[in-house]
Ligand binder design. Structure first.
Ligand code: DOR
Ligand code: ZN
Length: 344
C-alpha cells in the first residue's frame, strides 16, 4: 500500500507539560491530532476545575492560528478529592476524565492516591456522571519487580475495582502486557485501554541490548517481545476497547541522559507516522483508522472528526533534537528514517 486516507486522529493520553515547553508540545500535538486528553501531572498537580481551566488557557495560547485543536482536560485525583470537585468537573464542559496515579508510581505522582478505598465516593460520583477514570495501572510496591507491576496491579486492584463499580468507565492507560490485553478483552464494555506507539514498536531488548538507551525508558517499562506482540495483536484486532494514546511525555535531554534518568518518550512530533509503521509491520494498515480515529471518541461518547489526513509511503528523517525552552528535547527515534509521512 502506497497511501491511505484516514479520519483525522485524536490522542487519548498525552503530556504537554507547562511554561516554555508548551511552545514545542502544543504545536506538535495540534498538528498530529484534533483532540488530546491532557494529563494533569504538573507540579503542583491539576486537582481543581480552576487549575484545569487555567492550564487549558495556557495550552490554547500556543495552538497555531486557524488550527481547530481542542485540549480535553483531566483532573488529578488525590486522597482528598471532594465529590463536589467531580460534580464541578462534569459541569465545566472542559474536563473529560479523572486520572488515578497510585502514589509514587511514576513522574509527579507523589500527590496521587495512597489507597483506592479513599476514593470510594469519588468513583461512585464519576460512575453516576459518566466521567471516565483513567488509570496508571501499576503498583508501587518495592517488593514487586518492575516488570510485574502492571500485572500485579490488575490482579490486586483492578479486578476488584471493575467488579465494585460496574458502570464506571475505566481506561487502563498505556498497557504493556499480554495480561492487560487479556484482562481488558474479557472485561465488560465499560473497560478500555490505550496503547502507545513505543510499546508497539519496541520491546525491552531495544532498550537494553548493546548499551542502555535512556530515550527508550518509560513507565510502564518496555516488556518482553511476547508482550509487544500481544499489544500489536490487540491494536490491530478491530476490538473497539483498544485505541490510540501516545503517552508522549517530554523531558529535557539533560534529564534523560543522566545518572538517574526520567521516564518518558516524546512521540508527539510524529505520532501517526509511528503508528502507521507499527500497523504496517502487522500487515494491518486497514485497521489504523478505527484505532486512531473512531474507537476513542466512541468510548468517550464524543463525535468523530469530520476531516481527513493522508498517509503516504515516503522516507524522511526524524530530527536529532527539538527546542525545549532553554534545553533540547530528543524525539522518539531521533535521527532515524521513517517510511510514512502524513499529508494534511
Ligand atoms: O514514561 C512515563 N512518563 N510514564 C508515565 O507514567 C509518566 C510520564 C511522564 O509524565 O513523564
Ligand atoms: Zn502518561
Amino acid at each position: 500500500m502506497q497511501s491511505i486516507e484516514i479520519i483525522y486522529p485524536d490522542d487519548w493520553h498525552c503530556h504537554l507539560r507547562d511554561g516554555a515547553a508548551l511552545s514545542t508540545t502544543v504545536p506538535d500535538i495540534a498538528t498530529q491530532f484534533r483532540r488530546a486528553i491532557v494529563m494533569p501531572n504538573l507540579v503542583p498537580a491539576v486537582t481543581t476545575v480552576e487549575m484545569a481551566s487555567d492550564y487549558c488557557q495556557r495550552i490554547m495560547e500556543e495552538v497555531p492560528s486557524h488550527n481547530p485543536f481542542t485540549p480535553l482536560m483531566v483532573l488529578y485525583l488525590t486522597d482528598e478529592t471532594p465529590v463536589q470537585t467531580i460534580q464541578a468537573a462534569k459541569k465545566s464542559g472542559i474536563i473529560f476524565g479523572c486520572k488515578l496515579y497510585p502514589a509514587g508510581v511514576t513522574t509527579h505522582s507523589h500527590a496521587g492516591v495512597t489507597s483506592l478505598e479513599k476514593c470510594h465516593a469519588v468513583f461512585e460520583a464519576m460512575a453516576e456522571l459518566g466521567l471516565p477514570l483513567l488509570i496508571h495501572g501499576e503498583v508501587n510496591d518495592p517488593a514487586v519487580d518492575i516488570f510485574d507491576r502492571e500485572r500485579v496491579f490488575i490482579e490486586s486492584h483492578l479486578l476488584h475495582l471493575v467488579e465494585r463499580y460496574p458502570t464506571l468507565k475505566i481506561v487502563l492507560e498505556h498497557i504493556t502486557t499480554q495480561d492487560a490485553v487479556e484482562f481488558v478483552t474479557q472485561a465488560p464494555a465499560n473497560v478500555a485501554a490505550t496503547i502507545t506507539p513505543h510499546h508497539l514498536l519496541l520491546n525491552r531488548n531495544d532498550m537494553l541490548v548493546g548499551g542502555i538507551k535512556p530515550h527508550h525508558f518509560c513507565l510502564p517499562i518496555l516488556k518482553r517481545k511476547l508482550h509487544q506482540q500481544a499489544l500489536l495483536q490487540a491494536a490491530t484486532s478491530g476490538n473497539p476497547k483498544f485505541f490510540l494514546g501516545t503517552d508522549s511525555a517530554p523531558h529535557a535531554q539533560s534529564k534523560k541522559e543522566a545518572a538517574c534518568g526520567c521516564a518518558g518518550i516524546y512521540s508527539a512530533y510524529s505520532a501517526i507516522e509511528l503508528y502507521a509503521t507499527a500497523f504496517e509491520q502487522a500487515n494491518a494498515l486497514d485497521k489504523l483508522e478505527n484505532f486512531a480515529s473512531r474507537f476513542g471518541p466512541a468510548f468517550y461518547g464524543l463525535p468523530i472528526n469530520t476531516d481527513k489526513i493522508t498517509l503516504t509511503k515516503s522516507t524522511w528523517v526524524m530530527p536529532n533534537d527539538l527546542p525545549f525552552g532553554e534545553e533540547k528535547l530528543i524525539p522518539f527515534l531521533a535521527g532515524e528514517t521513517l517510511t510514512w509521512k502524513a499529508i494534511r
